[in-house]
Design a protein. Structure first.
Length: 335
């Protein structure tokens, strides 16, 4: 089964723009739907059509699906800031579940056959065991994770009745950059771009939240995976034969965890610059470690992260941030 006409929601965002690049590079006909609330128009490859709008706009979504004769959807459009989700849970439910349901139902009416969902390891909450398998209990500890879990469940309930094949991809920590696409968030909450901002002198110091975790060096451990590897998994998920199987969920990670201190130390080596740190108390709800079990993605997609050593991730992000010191302002990054 080869999909050729793909709708990418959130395709002007960090991960979505890299997915669009890879799809266009492989000859797919791609249309991006993005409201630009957090994405950047300049991040969308010229080879893709662009529609500005939200996934909850039923009339717009139905018109795009009909006009473009979409075969498959990659759905990334969602709010994704954990602290904000705690402060404004209804905002997250409205966008990440209610509006996404509008998209899903429109896809069913348009007879879209493949739906690839951008999910998250946040669905697991505080895992009982490391590495985390896809069969681990889904017990999210914040509204963001709850919305990802809830939409996965909605997909699982809806898809079989509409002959729709579903793959939910549970990202661990997306990081790194390609030559023309990188992280440009406001605010920026991810560790690696903030570490590099400190190396560039944009920040006085990097906050290290928690130094008393039950880990080797006391700081939190995460599984960092290169954004280009994540994008590759989506391309595979669109094209892999699922043989009509039930909706499937797959972890996207490396199977290796790196601590905050390890990231900071590696950034110092890669950049050759000082990276000051400021130790702070743990943040509420942060697990000590999140590391993926990666066997199922290998089995189903024939996928493993191949560009995701910590050094490769940092070097690629460092190149991008130095080449794009103002992010996507003034059209930087368009290609």
């Amino acid at each position: 089964m080869t999909q050729t006409r793909v709708l990418v929601t959130g395709g002007a965002g960090y991960i979505g723009s890299v997915i669009v690049d890879q799809l266009v590079g492989r000859g797919s006909s791609v249309v991006v739907l993005d409201d630009l609330s957090t994405g950047h128009r300049a991040a969308v490859a010229r080879g893709a059509a662009f529609v500005q709008g939200g996934v909850g706009n039923r009339e717009l979504v139905e018109a795009v699906l009909e006009r473009e004769q979409v075969d498959a959807i990659v759905h990334l459009a969602a709010f994704a800031l954990v602290p904000e989700s705690v402060a404004q849970p209804q905002k997250y439910v409205t966008n990440n579940v209610t509006a996404a349901r509008v998209l899903l139902e429109a896809a069913g009416r348009a007879r879209v056959r493949r739906f690839v969902f951008s999910s998250s390891c946040a669905v697991y909450g505080h895992p009982a065991a490391i590495p985390i398998t896809e069969d681990a209990p889904q017990e999210p500890v914040n509204p963001y994770g709850e919305t990802k879990r809830d939409f996965e469940r909605l997909l699982a309930a809806y898809a079989p009745a509409h002959a729709m094949e579903v793959v939910s991809l549970r990202y661990f920590n997306a990081a790194g950059a390609t030559e023309s696409r990188g992280e440009d968030h406001e605010p920026e909450t991810h560790l690696i771009p903030n570490v590099l901002a400190a190396a560039m002198g944009k920040w006085p110091a990097v906050d290290v939240f928690g130094t008393d975790y039950p880990t080797a060096d006391g700081t939190a451990v995460r599984d960092y995976v290169h954004v280009a590897d994540i994008a590759d998994a989506h391309v595979r998920a669109l094209n892999v034969s699922l043989d009509g199987r039930a909706p499937v969920a797959l972890n996207l990670g490396t199977g290796t965890g790196r601590s905050v201190r390890e990231v900071v130390d590696a950034a110092r080596r890669v950049t050759g610059r000082a990276v000051p740190t400021h130790e702070r108390p743990r943040r509420l709800g942060d697990p000590a470690a999140l590391v993926a079990a990666v066997g199922r993605a290998a089995d189903v997609l024939d996928w493993r992260a191949s560009r995701s050593s910590l050094e490769e991730i940092l070097e690629s992000a460092w190149r991008w941030h130095r080449a794009h010191p103002h992010g996507y302002q003034q059209g930087e990054g368009e290609s």
